[in-house]
Design a protein around this ligand. Structure first.
Ligand SMILES: *Cc1c(COP(=O)(O)O)cnc(C)c1O
Length: 732
C-alpha cells in the first residue's frame, strides 16, 4: 500500500463505520473484527466481557480518530469494515440459490431466550444458545430472518460460590445504553410503543433491535414509566418469578411479539416457535384473522378457516423430553391472565382452553403450551432422532387413531455455529492451513476429508494445537480461580498459580446443573476417582462449570459436592469448578478440554450442543447414548457411556452408567492419551481426533441445521400437507 496521509474525512467516516460495526454482533463471529476492539482498549475489552459497544463508548471520539491516523491500523479497520459491508449487501447467497421463495417475507423466530454473546446476558442455557446460533447462520445463509425475544434487564443471574460451595445468585441491572441494542423508533423518531392486555393491566412495551449480521432480533421490554412497577419488572429475569410471571412473560412474547412486528410493518412468511413459551402467538394470529373477517364466535367455518390460516404459517420445535418440563397453566390462572384477550377473540376462556388441552372438553385438564403449539403448527420437530421418537410417544394421545410412528413430529438435530464458537487460536490454525474459505465449507464432508489428510495438517501440528488450547484453558482457570479466591479472602491466592497442569489429560464438563445431567457421576466411586486423578504416571484432571436454577436446591447440592471434592487435600488442583458459566467460559472450556464429558440420564437430553463446540478444537466426546451423540457416534469417533437403552430405575441406570464410564476411561481413554510415539506424540489419539472432526463437523453445525429447517419447515409444503420428514438430512 502506498504511503499517503489519511484525510480528516477518512478517519471521521471510518470512526462512524466502526461504531456501526460495534452495534452489529457480526463482529462476534469474525476474529479480525474482535481484534480491533481488543486493540482499542485491552483493559476495557476484558473488563466488559468483550463488549465492542462498551469499548467504542469508552474511547473518546478524538482518541479514536487519532488512533485511526496510523495507516496500519487504518488499513486493518478498513478491511474489516469492508468485509462487514460486503456481508450486508451480498446478493448471491445460499438462500437465493436454494430457497429464493423466502427472500421476500421474513422467518420470524420466537424464543424466550437468545444466547448471542457473553456481554448480552439474555439467555439461560442451551435453548438460548441454539436460538443465537440459528440467527447467526441465518445471516450467513442470507435468510430473511427476525428474532423475537424479551429484554431481561437483570439477565439470568450471575453465579458466585460461597465459601462452603453453595451457589449464590446475584442480579446486577444492565443498562441498555451499554449493550449492543438500539431502541426501535418510528419515522418521527419516537419509540415504538405497543400494548398487550395481561390480566387487568394494559401493558405497554417497547422493542430493542439487536443486529446480528443481516438478521435482527427484537427484544421486548416493559420497563417503561407508564407501567406500574410490578409490570416494569415483568421482564427483569429470564424464567424468573412464579407462574404469574411466567404466563405474563409468555403472553408478552407471543401475543406482544406479533403486535410488535405488526407495528413496525414486518409481515413474516413463517412463525417459528422455538419451544412452547411463545405459542400464544398462534392465538393472536387467529384473533387477527377473525377480526379481519368480522367473524362472530358462532361462525364455525370462519374459525376453521382462521385455524387453517395460522397452521399454514406456524412451525414448532419442541425441546423437552419429560412431561413435567412443559409449561402448564390451570384454568384459574388462564382466566386471570387472558380474560380480556379471550373476550376479544369472542370465544371466552372456555373456548380458548380447548386449544391447550389434549382432551378439549376435559375441564380438569390444564392448558399446555406444547399442546397449543402442536395443534396450531404445520410442522413440528424434536431436536435429535431419539428426542423425535420420545416426543411422538409423549404426544401420541393428541393424534388419536394415528399409530405412534406416524405422529407428525419429526426431528432436526441441533447444531452449533462453528465460526462463533471457534477459539481464535483454532480459527487461525485452520485459516493458516486451509485458507480463509474453510468456514464456507463447514458442512461439506468431502472438504473435511481432504482438509484432515496428513498432507494438509500433520500429527505434530494437531498435537501442538491441542497443547496450546489446553494451556489456554489452564491459564484461564487459574486466573478465574484466583479472582474467586480474592473475593473470599485475599490471602493464599498464589495457590492457584499451580492448579491444573497443561500436560495432563483434561476432561471438561460444563452445563446447567439440572440433576438429570448427573454432574457428579464421575465420583460415584470416590476411591476409584481419587486413584485415577492422582495417578503419578497417567493423571487426569477435571474442569467443571455450570449454574443451577435458583430454585433447584438439588442442583446446587451437586455443585457443592463437586466443589468440596475439589477442596480435598489429595485432589487439590485436579478438580476445579469455575464460577459463572457463560458463553465466554464455555468457549474456553470446549477449546481446552481433551475429552468432553456428557452424562445425561437417557433419554432426558433432547440434543445437547456443548460437545459439538469441542469438535473444531480437536476435543473428543465421552457421552451417554442420548441426544445428538446417540446418532453421531459411529464406534470410532469418540466414546460411549452405557447402553442405548433405559434401565428400569434411575439408581440402576446411574450405577450402570458410572461403571461404564469408569471402564471406558481406564481401559481406553487414558491409555490412548498417554500412548506416545518416540516423538512424544499420541498418534492414535490424533487419529481419533481426525475421525471425530471428519465425521461430525459437517453435520453438527447450524449451517446444516438451518438449511434443513428451510427445506423441511420454512419452504411452502410440497405435496401432501402435514407430511413431516424423518430423515436426518444431508449436508448442504
Ligand atoms: C452450549 C451451551 C449450553 C448448552 O450445552 P448443553 O450441552 O446443551 O448442556 C448451555 N450454556 C452455555 C453457556 C453454553 O455455551
Amino acid at each position: 500500500m502506498a504511503r499517503r496521509s489519511i484525510s480528516r474525512k477518512q478517519t471521521d467516516d471510518l470512526a462512524r463505520d466502526l461504531r456501526d460495526l460495534a452495534y452489529n454482533l457480526w463482529w462476534s463471529w469474525h476474529p479480525a473484527a474482535q481484534q480491533i476492539f481488543h486493540e482499542l482498549s485491552p483493559f476495557f475489552w476484558e473488563h466488559s466481557n468483550h463488549s465492542a459497544v462498551e469499548v467504542i463508548n469508552w474511547i473518546s471520539g478524538e482518541e479514536l480518530k487519532e488512533r485511526l491516523k496510523d495507516p496500519v491500523f487504518f488499513g486493518k479497520v478498513s478491511a474489516v469494515v469492508q468485509k462487514f459491508r460486503d456481508h450486508l449487501s451480498q446478493k448471491e447467497t445460499w438462500t437465493k440459490r436454494n430457497a429464493p421463495e423466502l427472500l421476500g417475507a421474513p422467518i420470524a423466530y420466537f424464543s424466550a431466550e437468545f444466547g448471542l454473546h457473553e456481554s448480552l446476558r439474555i439467555y439461560s442455557g442451551g435453548l438460548g444458545i441454539l436460538a443465537g446460533d440459528h440467527a447467526k447462520s441465518a445471516s450467513d445463509l442470507g435468510l430473511t430472518f427476525v428474532g423475537v425475544t424479551l429484554l431481561y434487564r437483570q439477565g439470568y443471574f450471575q453465579q458466585q460460590l460461597s465459601e462452603d460451595g453453595w451457589q449464590v445468585e446475584r442480579y446486577p441491572t444492565y443498562d441498555p445504553s451499554r449493550l449492543p441494542l438500539s431502541l426501535v423508533r418510528d419515522a418521527k423518531g419516537n419509540p415504538v410503543i405497543s400494548t398487550v392486555e395481561i390480566g387487568d393491566d394494559r401493558v405497554a412495551f417497547q422493542g430493542w433491535a439487536i443486529r446480528v449480521g443481516r438478521a435482527t432480533v427484537y427484544a421486548l421490554d416493559t420497563d417503561l414509566p407508564q407501567n406500574e412497577q410490578r409490570v416494569r419488572d415483568l421482564t427483569a429475569h429470564v424464567y424468573g418469578g412464579d407462574q404469574w410471571t411466567r404466563i405474563s412473560q409468555e403472553i408478552l412474547l407471543g401475543i406482544g411479539g406479533v403486535r410488535f412486528l405488526r407495528s413496525i410493518g414486518v409481515k413474516p412468511a413463517v412463525y417459528h416457535m422455538n419451544e412452547g413459551h411463545s405459542a400464544f402467538l398462534t392465538l393472536e394470529l387467529m384473533r387477527e384473522r377473525l377480526v379481519k373477517g368480522k367473524a362472530t364466535a358462532q361462525d364455525a367455518a370462519a374459525i376453521a378457516e382462521a385455524e387453517y390460516y395460522v397452521k399454514q404459517r406456524s412451525v414448532f420445535t419442541t425441546h423437552t423430553p419429560v412431561p413435567a418440563g412443559h409449561d402448564r397453566f390451570d384454568y384459574s390462572l388462564m382466566q386471570k391472565a387472558l380474560n380480556v384477550f379471550a373476550g376479544s377473540m369472542q370465544m371466552g376462556i372456555d373456548g380458548l382452553m380447548r386449544y391447550g388441552r389434549v382432551r378439549p372438553d376435559d375441564y380438569n385438564e390444564p392448558f399446555t403450551m406444547t399442546v397449543l403449539a402442536l395443534r396450531m403448527c404445520r410442522k413440528a420437530n424434536g431436536v435429535s432422532e431419539l428426542h423425535g421418537a420420545v416426543s411422538r410417544e409423549m404426544w401420541k394421545s393428541l393424534y388419536a387413531g394415528t399409530p405412534v410412528d406416524k405422529v407428525p413430529i419429526g426431528f432436526i438435530t441441533n447444531g452449533v455455529h462453528i465460526s462463533g464458537w471457534a477459539a481464535h487460536t483454532a480459527s487461525k490454525f485452520w485459516t493458516d492451513r486451509l485458507g480463509v474459505h474453510w468456514i464456507e465449507n463447514v458442512s461439506d464432508q468431502s472438504y473435511w476429508k481432504k482438509a484432515l489428510a496428513v498432507t494438509k495438517v500433520s500429527d505434530q501440528e494437531l498435537w501442538s494445537l491441542r497443547t496450546i488450547l489446553r494451556r489456554q484453558l489452564v491459564e484461564f482457570a487459574r486466573r478465574r480461580l484466583r479472582e474467586q479466591q480474592l473475593r473470599m479472602h485475599a490471602n493464599d491466592v498464589g495457590l492457584f498459580d499451580s492448579v491444573l497442569s497443561p500436560e495432563v489429560l483434561t476432561i471438561g464438563f460444563a452445563r446447567r446443573f439440572a440433576t438429570y445431567k448427573r454432574a457428579p457421576l464421575f465420583f460415584r466411586d470416590l476411591e476409584w476417582a481419587i486413584r485415577i486423578l492422582t495417578s503419578g504416571e497417567r493423571p487426569v484432571q477435571l474442569v467443571f462449570a455450570g449454574k443451577a436454577h435458583p430454585r433447584d436446591d438439588a442442583g446446587k447440592r451437586f455443585i457443592q459436592e463437586i466443589v468440596n471434592i475439589g477442596k480435598r487435600v489429595d485432589l487439590f488442583g485436579k478438580v476445579v469448578f469455575l464460577e459463572d458459566y457463560d458463553i465466554n467460559v464455555a468457549r474456553h472450556m470446549v477449546a481446552g478440554a481433551d475429552v468432553w464429558l456428557n452424562t445425561p440420564r437417557r433419554p432426558m437430553e433432547a440434543s445437547g450442543t456443548s460437545g459439538m463446540k469441542a469438535l473444531i478444537h480437536g476435543g473428543l466426546q465421552l457421552s451417554t447414548m442420548d441426544g445428538w451423540w446417540r446418532e453421531a457416534f459411529d464406534g470410532e469417533n469418540g466414546w460411549r457411556i452405557g447402553e442405548d437403552s433405559t434401565a428400569p430405575s434411575e439408581d440402576q441406570q446411574d450405577d450402570r452408567d458410572a461403571a461404564s464410564l469408569r471402564s471406558v476411561l481406564e481401559e481406553e481413554i487414558i491409555p490412548l492419551f498417554y500412548d506416545r510415539g518416540k516423538d512424544g506424540i499420541p498418534h492414535r489419539w490424533i487419529a481419533k481426533i481426525r475421525r471425530s472432526m471428519r465425521t461430525l463437523i459437517p453435520t453438527y453445525n447450524t449451517e446444516r441445521m438451518v438449511g434443513q429447517y428451510v427445506r423441511e419447515c420454512y419452504l411452502p409444503a410440497k405435496g401432501a400437507p402435514g407430511r413431516v420428514s424423518r430423515s436426518k438430512g444431508s449436508s448442504t
